[in-house]
Design a protein. Structure first.
Length: 94
């Protein structure tokens, strides 16, 4: 099952006995802090949960599929998310 933001907020609210709106606010604040830090080039390491790292992809050569002409795909930044070992063990049931 896929859990979206609203469903996660309901689960969080029920577990910690807070309103759904308060749970949404907290989730949004956490997401904003994580994105803001990643924008600044900082890695986020949430022990026993996930690690978020900004990686730079180099520019690369490619071919235009329609014309066959060579083109350059520009360098970009991407976020890599890695599961921490305790989370991985828990999900795998070990």
């Amino acid at each position: 099952m896929k859990i979206n933001r609203n469903m996660l907020a309901r689960i969080y609210a029920k577990k910690y006995n807070i309103s759904i709106n308060e749970a949404k606010r907290r989730l949004d604040q956490m997401a904003e802090v994580i994105v803001s830090e990643l924008e600044q080039g900082n890695d986020i390491m949430l022990n026993n949960f996930f690690n978020f790292k900004v990686r730079e992809r180099k520019a690369k050569k490619a071919r235009d599929l329609h014309t066959g002409e060579p083109t350059i795909i520009p360098a970009t930044k991407t976020v890599v998310v890695q599961m921490a070992a305790p989370t991985k063990r828990r999900i795998q049931g070990k």
